[in-house]
Design a protein. Sequence first.
Length: 465
Amino acid sequence: MIASARRKWLALALLCTVQFMVVLDIAIVNVALPSIQTDLGFSEGNLQWVISAYALLFGGFLLLGGRAADLLGRRRLFLAGIVLFTLASLLSGLAWSEGSLIGARGLQGLGAAIISPAALSILMTTFAEGKERNTALGAWGAVGAFGAVAGVLLGGVLTDLLSWPWIFFVNVPVGVAAFAITPLLIRESRDSSARSFDFPGATLVTSGLVVLVYAITQGHGYGWASAKTISLFVASAVLLAGFLGWEARAKDPLMPFSIFRLRTLVGANVAGLIMGTAMFGMFLMLTLYMQQVLGYSPMKTGVAYLAVAGTAILTSAVAAQLVTRIGVKPVLVVGMTSLTAGLVYFTQVSVGGSYLSDLLPGFLLIAVGIGFAFVPISIAALAGVKSSEAGLASGLINTSQQIGGALGIAALSSIATSTTSDEVSRRRRGRVRGHPRRSLRRQPPRPRRRDGRSGARVRAGGLEN
Protein backbone atom coordinates (compact mmCIF):
# COMPACT_ATOMS: atom_id res chain seq x y z
CA MET A 1 0.00 0.00 0.00
CA ILE A 2 1.33 3.43 -0.92
CA ALA A 3 2.18 5.60 2.07
CA SER A 4 -0.10 8.61 2.51
CA ALA A 5 2.60 11.27 1.92
CA ARG A 6 3.99 9.50 -1.12
CA ARG A 7 0.50 8.90 -2.44
CA LYS A 8 -0.25 12.63 -2.37
CA TRP A 9 2.75 13.52 -4.51
CA LEU A 10 2.05 10.71 -6.96
CA ALA A 11 -1.52 12.02 -7.21
CA LEU A 12 -0.10 15.46 -7.95
CA ALA A 13 1.99 14.01 -10.77
CA LEU A 14 -1.15 12.41 -12.21
CA LEU A 15 -3.18 15.62 -11.94
CA CYS A 16 -0.40 17.66 -13.57
CA THR A 17 -0.07 15.14 -16.41
CA VAL A 18 -3.77 15.33 -17.22
CA GLN A 19 -3.76 19.12 -16.93
CA PHE A 20 -0.76 19.23 -19.27
CA MET A 21 -2.79 17.25 -21.83
CA VAL A 22 -5.70 19.70 -21.54
CA VAL A 23 -3.55 22.86 -21.77
CA LEU A 24 -1.57 21.32 -24.62
CA ASP A 25 -4.69 20.97 -26.74
CA ILE A 26 -5.48 24.69 -26.52
CA ALA A 27 -2.33 25.56 -28.50
CA ILE A 28 -1.37 22.40 -30.36
CA VAL A 29 -3.92 22.95 -33.12
CA ASN A 30 -2.65 26.38 -34.23
CA VAL A 31 0.32 25.26 -36.32
CA ALA A 32 -1.63 22.35 -37.86
CA LEU A 33 -4.48 24.49 -39.22
CA PRO A 34 -3.06 24.83 -42.78
CA SER A 35 -2.70 21.03 -43.06
CA ILE A 36 -6.20 20.48 -41.66
CA GLN A 37 -7.63 22.96 -44.13
CA THR A 38 -5.98 21.19 -47.08
CA ASP A 39 -6.89 17.63 -46.07
CA LEU A 40 -10.51 18.22 -45.02
CA GLY A 41 -11.29 21.01 -47.48
CA PHE A 42 -12.17 23.61 -44.84
CA SER A 43 -13.45 26.95 -46.06
CA GLU A 44 -11.71 30.08 -44.76
CA GLY A 45 -14.81 31.01 -42.79
CA ASN A 46 -15.15 27.66 -41.02
CA LEU A 47 -11.48 26.98 -40.25
CA GLN A 48 -11.48 29.18 -37.15
CA TRP A 49 -14.18 26.93 -35.67
CA VAL A 50 -11.53 24.24 -35.09
CA ILE A 51 -10.29 26.53 -32.31
CA SER A 52 -13.54 28.34 -31.45
CA ALA A 53 -15.57 25.15 -30.87
CA TYR A 54 -13.09 24.06 -28.21
CA ALA A 55 -12.96 27.50 -26.59
CA LEU A 56 -16.76 27.88 -26.67
CA LEU A 57 -17.57 24.78 -24.61
CA PHE A 58 -14.44 24.98 -22.48
CA GLY A 59 -15.11 28.55 -21.36
CA GLY A 60 -18.88 28.07 -21.13
CA PHE A 61 -18.93 24.96 -18.93
CA LEU A 62 -15.98 25.60 -16.57
CA LEU A 63 -18.03 27.11 -13.76
CA LEU A 64 -20.64 24.35 -13.99
CA GLY A 65 -17.92 21.69 -14.11
CA GLY A 66 -16.24 23.06 -11.00
CA ARG A 67 -19.38 23.21 -8.89
CA ALA A 68 -20.63 19.85 -10.19
CA ALA A 69 -17.36 18.32 -8.95
CA ASP A 70 -18.10 19.68 -5.44
CA LEU A 71 -21.64 18.34 -5.43
CA LEU A 72 -21.42 15.08 -7.39
CA GLY A 73 -17.91 13.94 -6.48
CA ARG A 74 -14.55 15.30 -7.58
CA ARG A 75 -12.96 12.00 -8.57
CA ARG A 76 -16.15 10.92 -10.36
CA LEU A 77 -16.23 14.10 -12.46
CA PHE A 78 -12.48 13.90 -13.09
CA LEU A 79 -12.87 10.37 -14.48
CA ALA A 80 -15.89 11.36 -16.56
CA GLY A 81 -13.95 14.28 -18.03
CA ILE A 82 -11.01 12.01 -18.92
CA VAL A 83 -13.32 9.56 -20.73
CA LEU A 84 -15.03 12.33 -22.70
CA PHE A 85 -11.78 14.12 -23.57
CA THR A 86 -10.06 10.89 -24.68
CA LEU A 87 -12.95 9.76 -26.89
CA ALA A 88 -13.24 13.25 -28.39
CA SER A 89 -9.50 13.24 -29.14
CA LEU A 90 -9.86 9.92 -30.96
CA LEU A 91 -12.82 11.24 -32.95
CA SER A 92 -10.90 14.41 -33.82
CA GLY A 93 -8.02 12.38 -35.25
CA LEU A 94 -10.46 10.24 -37.26
CA ALA A 95 -12.45 13.25 -38.53
CA TRP A 96 -13.54 12.97 -42.16
CA SER A 97 -15.19 16.36 -42.72
CA GLU A 98 -15.53 19.92 -41.43
CA GLY A 99 -18.55 19.10 -39.30
CA SER A 100 -17.08 15.97 -37.74
CA LEU A 101 -13.90 17.73 -36.62
CA ILE A 102 -15.74 20.80 -35.29
CA GLY A 103 -18.15 18.57 -33.34
CA ALA A 104 -15.32 16.48 -31.89
CA ARG A 105 -13.41 19.61 -30.88
CA GLY A 106 -16.51 20.86 -29.07
CA LEU A 107 -16.67 17.59 -27.11
CA GLN A 108 -12.98 17.99 -26.30
CA GLY A 109 -13.68 21.42 -24.87
CA LEU A 110 -16.52 20.02 -22.75
CA GLY A 111 -14.25 17.28 -21.42
CA ALA A 112 -11.58 19.86 -20.59
CA ALA A 113 -14.17 22.00 -18.76
CA ILE A 114 -14.91 19.01 -16.52
CA ILE A 115 -11.28 17.96 -15.99
CA SER A 116 -9.55 21.26 -15.14
CA PRO A 117 -11.65 22.51 -12.20
CA ALA A 118 -12.07 18.97 -10.84
CA ALA A 119 -8.30 18.42 -10.92
CA LEU A 120 -7.53 21.76 -9.25
CA SER A 121 -10.13 21.16 -6.53
CA ILE A 122 -8.67 17.67 -5.88
CA LEU A 123 -5.26 19.31 -5.52
CA MET A 124 -6.68 21.82 -3.06
CA THR A 125 -8.39 19.23 -0.88
CA THR A 126 -5.34 16.94 -0.97
CA PHE A 127 -2.71 19.46 0.14
CA ALA A 128 -2.96 21.59 3.28
CA GLU A 129 -2.95 25.37 2.84
CA GLY A 130 0.50 26.84 3.27
CA LYS A 131 3.91 25.68 2.10
CA GLU A 132 2.70 22.23 1.02
CA ARG A 133 -0.10 23.57 -1.18
CA ASN A 134 2.11 26.36 -2.53
CA THR A 135 4.67 23.78 -3.65
CA ALA A 136 1.93 21.73 -5.33
CA LEU A 137 0.53 24.83 -7.04
CA GLY A 138 4.05 25.75 -8.15
CA ALA A 139 4.21 22.43 -10.00
CA TRP A 140 0.68 23.03 -11.34
CA GLY A 141 1.69 26.48 -12.58
CA ALA A 142 4.86 25.16 -14.21
CA VAL A 143 2.86 22.51 -16.05
CA GLY A 144 0.32 25.10 -17.21
CA ALA A 145 3.03 27.42 -18.48
CA PHE A 146 4.99 24.64 -20.17
CA GLY A 147 1.88 23.06 -21.68
CA ALA A 148 0.80 26.28 -23.37
CA VAL A 149 4.19 26.60 -25.05
CA ALA A 150 4.81 22.89 -25.63
CA GLY A 151 1.56 22.74 -27.58
CA VAL A 152 3.09 24.84 -30.33
CA LEU A 153 6.29 22.75 -30.28
CA LEU A 154 4.58 19.35 -30.36
CA GLY A 155 2.04 20.58 -32.90
CA GLY A 156 4.86 21.46 -35.28
CA VAL A 157 6.83 18.26 -34.66
CA LEU A 158 3.85 15.89 -35.03
CA THR A 159 2.47 17.69 -38.07
CA ASP A 160 5.86 17.74 -39.83
CA LEU A 161 7.02 14.21 -38.96
CA LEU A 162 3.69 12.34 -38.99
CA SER A 163 0.45 14.13 -39.90
CA TRP A 164 -2.08 16.42 -38.23
CA PRO A 165 -4.35 13.63 -36.80
CA TRP A 166 -1.50 12.70 -34.46
CA ILE A 167 -1.88 15.96 -32.53
CA PHE A 168 -5.13 14.36 -31.29
CA PHE A 169 -4.12 10.68 -31.21
CA VAL A 170 -1.30 11.47 -28.76
CA ASN A 171 -3.92 12.16 -26.08
CA VAL A 172 -5.46 8.67 -26.27
CA PRO A 173 -2.79 6.60 -24.46
CA VAL A 174 -2.38 9.35 -21.84
CA GLY A 175 -6.12 9.39 -21.19
CA VAL A 176 -6.37 5.59 -20.95
CA ALA A 177 -3.45 5.41 -18.50
CA ALA A 178 -4.82 8.27 -16.37
CA PHE A 179 -8.25 6.59 -16.16
CA ALA A 180 -6.65 3.35 -14.96
CA ILE A 181 -4.38 5.00 -12.36
CA THR A 182 -6.81 7.56 -10.89
CA PRO A 183 -8.75 5.14 -8.59
CA LEU A 184 -5.44 3.95 -7.11
CA LEU A 185 -4.18 7.40 -6.13
CA ILE A 186 -7.20 9.66 -5.61
CA ARG A 187 -9.98 9.20 -3.07
CA GLU A 188 -13.51 10.45 -3.65
CA SER A 189 -14.57 13.72 -2.01
CA ARG A 190 -17.53 16.06 -2.31
CA ASP A 191 -19.63 18.68 -0.52
CA SER A 192 -21.88 16.56 1.70
CA SER A 193 -23.85 19.57 2.98
CA ALA A 194 -25.63 20.20 -0.34
CA ARG A 195 -29.07 18.57 -0.58
CA SER A 196 -29.90 19.24 -4.23
CA PHE A 197 -28.33 20.28 -7.51
CA ASP A 198 -29.22 23.75 -8.78
CA PHE A 199 -30.33 22.93 -12.34
CA PRO A 200 -31.94 26.33 -13.11
CA GLY A 201 -28.77 28.11 -11.97
CA ALA A 202 -26.60 25.70 -13.95
CA THR A 203 -28.65 26.27 -17.09
CA LEU A 204 -28.61 30.06 -16.78
CA VAL A 205 -24.89 30.47 -16.05
CA THR A 206 -23.78 27.96 -18.68
CA SER A 207 -26.03 29.50 -21.35
CA GLY A 208 -24.86 33.00 -20.43
CA LEU A 209 -21.18 32.09 -20.56
CA VAL A 210 -21.53 30.15 -23.84
CA VAL A 211 -23.30 33.10 -25.49
CA LEU A 212 -20.67 35.48 -24.08
CA VAL A 213 -17.74 33.43 -25.42
CA TYR A 214 -19.54 33.07 -28.77
CA ALA A 215 -20.08 36.83 -28.99
CA ILE A 216 -16.42 37.52 -28.22
CA THR A 217 -15.01 34.95 -30.65
CA GLN A 218 -17.36 35.91 -33.50
CA GLY A 219 -17.57 39.66 -32.87
CA HIS A 220 -14.82 40.52 -35.35
CA GLY A 221 -16.45 38.52 -38.13
CA TYR A 222 -19.90 39.96 -37.54
CA GLY A 223 -18.60 43.47 -36.79
CA TRP A 224 -18.38 44.75 -33.22
CA ALA A 225 -21.05 47.39 -33.79
CA SER A 226 -23.38 45.09 -35.76
CA ALA A 227 -26.87 44.31 -34.52
CA LYS A 228 -26.02 40.61 -34.28
CA THR A 229 -23.00 41.15 -32.03
CA ILE A 230 -24.81 43.64 -29.81
CA SER A 231 -27.80 41.29 -29.47
CA LEU A 232 -25.50 38.44 -28.43
CA PHE A 233 -23.91 40.55 -25.69
CA VAL A 234 -27.35 41.69 -24.53
CA ALA A 235 -28.59 38.09 -24.45
CA SER A 236 -25.55 37.04 -22.43
CA ALA A 237 -26.08 39.90 -19.97
CA VAL A 238 -29.76 38.96 -19.53
CA LEU A 239 -28.93 35.29 -18.89
CA LEU A 240 -26.15 36.10 -16.41
CA ALA A 241 -28.34 38.67 -14.64
CA GLY A 242 -31.05 36.02 -14.41
CA PHE A 243 -28.49 33.64 -12.92
CA LEU A 244 -27.50 36.17 -10.25
CA GLY A 245 -31.16 36.83 -9.41
CA TRP A 246 -31.92 33.12 -9.13
CA GLU A 247 -28.85 32.42 -6.99
CA ALA A 248 -29.84 35.14 -4.52
CA ARG A 249 -32.96 33.17 -3.52
CA ALA A 250 -31.99 29.54 -4.22
CA LYS A 251 -31.82 27.20 -1.19
CA ASP A 252 -28.74 25.33 -2.47
CA PRO A 253 -27.21 27.81 -4.96
CA LEU A 254 -24.73 26.69 -7.57
CA MET A 255 -22.57 29.70 -6.64
CA PRO A 256 -22.92 30.91 -3.03
CA PHE A 257 -22.20 34.64 -3.04
CA SER A 258 -20.37 34.30 0.28
CA ILE A 259 -17.31 33.13 -1.67
CA PHE A 260 -16.82 36.69 -2.97
CA ARG A 261 -16.21 37.95 0.55
CA LEU A 262 -12.67 36.63 0.10
CA ARG A 263 -10.80 39.66 -1.26
CA THR A 264 -7.82 37.57 -2.34
CA LEU A 265 -10.11 35.38 -4.46
CA VAL A 266 -11.70 38.40 -6.16
CA GLY A 267 -8.30 39.97 -6.81
CA ALA A 268 -6.91 36.71 -8.17
CA ASN A 269 -9.79 36.39 -10.64
CA VAL A 270 -9.32 39.96 -11.87
CA ALA A 271 -5.59 39.32 -12.32
CA GLY A 272 -6.34 35.99 -14.04
CA LEU A 273 -8.67 37.76 -16.49
CA ILE A 274 -5.97 40.33 -17.30
CA MET A 275 -3.26 37.69 -17.66
CA GLY A 276 -5.43 35.54 -19.95
CA THR A 277 -6.22 38.58 -22.10
CA ALA A 278 -2.52 39.30 -22.55
CA MET A 279 -1.14 35.79 -23.00
CA PHE A 280 -3.57 34.03 -25.34
CA GLY A 281 -3.59 36.77 -27.94
CA MET A 282 0.18 37.29 -27.66
CA PHE A 283 1.02 33.64 -28.39
CA LEU A 284 -1.37 33.58 -31.37
CA MET A 285 0.06 36.78 -32.88
CA LEU A 286 3.70 35.73 -32.35
CA THR A 287 3.02 32.32 -33.90
CA LEU A 288 1.56 34.01 -36.97
CA TYR A 289 4.48 36.47 -37.03
CA MET A 290 7.08 33.71 -37.01
CA GLN A 291 5.33 31.61 -39.65
CA GLN A 292 3.89 34.21 -42.00
CA VAL A 293 6.43 37.05 -41.67
CA LEU A 294 9.73 35.40 -40.74
CA GLY A 295 8.91 32.27 -42.75
CA TYR A 296 9.46 29.74 -39.95
CA SER A 297 8.28 26.16 -40.43
CA PRO A 298 5.84 24.69 -37.87
CA MET A 299 8.70 22.81 -36.20
CA LYS A 300 11.00 25.83 -36.10
CA THR A 301 8.18 27.90 -34.62
CA GLY A 302 7.72 25.34 -31.86
CA VAL A 303 11.44 25.17 -31.09
CA ALA A 304 11.53 28.97 -30.85
CA TYR A 305 9.19 28.78 -27.86
CA LEU A 306 11.54 26.52 -25.87
CA ALA A 307 13.09 29.60 -24.28
CA VAL A 308 9.70 30.47 -22.81
CA ALA A 309 8.88 26.93 -21.70
CA GLY A 310 12.20 26.16 -20.02
CA THR A 311 12.46 29.48 -18.24
CA ALA A 312 8.81 29.39 -17.10
CA ILE A 313 9.37 26.03 -15.37
CA LEU A 314 12.22 27.49 -13.33
CA THR A 315 10.44 30.75 -12.49
CA SER A 316 7.28 28.88 -11.42
CA ALA A 317 9.28 26.84 -8.90
CA VAL A 318 10.99 29.97 -7.57
CA ALA A 319 7.67 31.84 -7.39
CA ALA A 320 6.07 29.08 -5.30
CA GLN A 321 8.84 29.36 -2.71
CA LEU A 322 8.76 33.17 -2.69
CA VAL A 323 4.99 33.25 -2.12
CA THR A 324 5.51 31.14 1.02
CA ARG A 325 8.20 33.53 2.29
CA ILE A 326 7.03 37.01 1.30
CA GLY A 327 3.38 36.59 0.27
CA VAL A 328 1.31 36.74 -2.90
CA LYS A 329 1.28 40.47 -3.65
CA PRO A 330 5.03 41.19 -4.15
CA VAL A 331 5.50 38.11 -6.35
CA LEU A 332 2.42 38.95 -8.42
CA VAL A 333 3.58 42.56 -8.92
CA VAL A 334 6.93 41.34 -10.25
CA GLY A 335 5.17 38.87 -12.54
CA MET A 336 2.68 41.31 -14.03
CA THR A 337 5.43 43.93 -14.46
CA SER A 338 7.63 41.46 -16.32
CA LEU A 339 4.70 40.32 -18.45
CA THR A 340 3.90 43.93 -19.35
CA ALA A 341 7.55 44.63 -20.21
CA GLY A 342 7.59 41.61 -22.52
CA LEU A 343 4.46 42.76 -24.32
CA VAL A 344 5.88 46.26 -24.75
CA TYR A 345 9.11 44.78 -26.13
CA PHE A 346 7.20 42.86 -28.80
CA THR A 347 5.71 46.08 -30.18
CA GLN A 348 9.03 46.72 -31.97
CA VAL A 349 9.18 43.48 -34.02
CA SER A 350 9.90 44.19 -37.67
CA VAL A 351 9.33 42.53 -41.02
CA GLY A 352 13.03 41.74 -41.33
CA GLY A 353 13.42 40.76 -37.69
CA SER A 354 15.58 38.04 -36.19
CA TYR A 355 15.04 35.64 -33.32
CA LEU A 356 17.91 36.89 -31.15
CA SER A 357 17.04 40.58 -31.33
CA ASP A 358 13.26 40.68 -31.90
CA LEU A 359 11.98 37.65 -29.99
CA LEU A 360 14.37 36.11 -27.43
CA PRO A 361 14.57 39.07 -24.97
CA GLY A 362 10.78 39.39 -24.98
CA PHE A 363 10.37 35.63 -24.55
CA LEU A 364 12.57 35.68 -21.44
CA LEU A 365 10.58 38.57 -19.93
CA ILE A 366 7.32 36.75 -20.68
CA ALA A 367 8.66 33.53 -19.11
CA VAL A 368 9.47 35.36 -15.88
CA GLY A 369 6.04 36.98 -15.98
CA ILE A 370 4.25 33.65 -16.49
CA GLY A 371 5.94 31.98 -13.53
CA PHE A 372 5.70 34.95 -11.16
CA ALA A 373 2.08 35.72 -12.10
CA PHE A 374 0.40 32.36 -12.77
CA VAL A 375 1.55 30.71 -9.52
CA PRO A 376 0.49 33.50 -7.09
CA ILE A 377 -2.80 33.91 -8.97
CA SER A 378 -3.54 30.18 -8.54
CA ILE A 379 -2.61 30.28 -4.85
CA ALA A 380 -4.64 33.43 -4.15
CA ALA A 381 -7.66 32.05 -6.01
CA LEU A 382 -7.86 29.15 -3.54
CA ALA A 383 -6.65 30.88 -0.34
CA GLY A 384 -9.19 30.72 2.47
CA VAL A 385 -11.74 28.78 0.39
CA LYS A 386 -13.72 26.10 2.22
CA SER A 387 -13.10 22.54 1.08
CA SER A 388 -16.79 22.24 0.16
CA GLU A 389 -16.35 25.09 -2.38
CA ALA A 390 -12.99 24.01 -3.84
CA GLY A 391 -14.48 23.10 -7.21
CA LEU A 392 -16.39 26.39 -7.42
CA ALA A 393 -13.23 28.41 -6.72
CA SER A 394 -11.31 26.33 -9.29
CA GLY A 395 -14.03 26.85 -11.87
CA LEU A 396 -14.06 30.60 -11.24
CA ILE A 397 -10.33 31.12 -11.81
CA ASN A 398 -10.33 28.90 -14.90
CA THR A 399 -13.36 30.77 -16.29
CA SER A 400 -11.69 34.15 -15.68
CA GLN A 401 -8.58 33.05 -17.59
CA GLN A 402 -10.54 31.57 -20.49
CA ILE A 403 -12.84 34.59 -20.87
CA GLY A 404 -9.75 36.79 -20.76
CA GLY A 405 -8.09 34.62 -23.41
CA ALA A 406 -11.10 34.92 -25.71
CA LEU A 407 -11.13 38.68 -25.23
CA GLY A 408 -7.40 38.94 -25.94
CA ILE A 409 -7.56 36.94 -29.15
CA ALA A 410 -10.60 38.84 -30.38
CA ALA A 411 -9.10 42.25 -29.55
CA LEU A 412 -5.67 41.58 -31.06
CA SER A 413 -7.18 39.96 -34.17
CA SER A 414 -9.37 43.02 -34.73
CA ILE A 415 -6.47 45.43 -34.19
CA ALA A 416 -4.15 43.44 -36.45
CA THR A 417 -6.73 43.18 -39.24
CA SER A 418 -7.75 46.85 -39.15
CA THR A 419 -4.13 48.05 -38.91
CA THR A 420 -3.09 45.85 -41.83
CA SER A 421 -6.05 47.01 -43.94
CA ASP A 422 -5.30 50.67 -43.19
CA GLU A 423 -1.61 50.23 -44.03
CA VAL A 424 -2.39 48.45 -47.32
CA SER A 425 -4.87 51.18 -48.29
CA ARG A 426 -2.37 53.90 -47.42
CA ARG A 427 0.35 52.33 -49.55
CA ARG A 428 -2.02 51.83 -52.45
CA ARG A 429 -3.05 55.48 -52.31
CA GLY A 430 0.62 56.44 -52.24
CA ARG A 431 1.34 54.35 -55.33
CA VAL A 432 -1.59 55.89 -57.20
CA ARG A 433 -0.44 59.43 -56.32
CA GLY A 434 3.12 58.59 -57.39
CA HIS A 435 1.93 57.20 -60.77
CA PRO A 436 -1.10 59.27 -61.77
CA ARG A 437 -1.47 57.59 -65.13
CA ARG A 438 -1.65 54.12 -63.64
CA SER A 439 -4.69 52.51 -62.16
CA LEU A 440 -5.05 49.90 -59.44
CA ARG A 441 -7.01 47.82 -61.92
CA ARG A 442 -5.20 44.92 -63.42
CA GLN A 443 -3.11 46.01 -66.42
CA PRO A 444 -3.26 44.08 -69.71
CA PRO A 445 -0.30 41.74 -70.22
CA ARG A 446 2.67 43.10 -72.11
CA PRO A 447 3.47 41.57 -75.49
CA ARG A 448 5.73 38.59 -75.02
CA ARG A 449 9.00 38.13 -76.91
CA ARG A 450 9.95 35.00 -78.74
CA ASP A 451 12.06 33.80 -75.86
CA GLY A 452 8.92 33.78 -73.68
CA ARG A 453 9.85 36.80 -71.56
CA SER A 454 7.87 39.98 -71.19
CA GLY A 455 8.96 43.26 -72.75
CA ALA A 456 11.01 44.25 -69.71
CA ARG A 457 14.74 44.68 -70.09
CA VAL A 458 16.84 42.47 -67.85
CA ARG A 459 19.45 44.18 -65.72
CA ALA A 460 21.70 43.03 -62.93
CA GLY A 461 19.75 42.40 -59.75
CA GLY A 462 16.25 42.61 -61.24
CA LEU A 463 13.95 43.91 -63.98
CA GLU A 464 14.03 47.38 -65.49
CA ASN A 465 10.83 48.75 -66.99
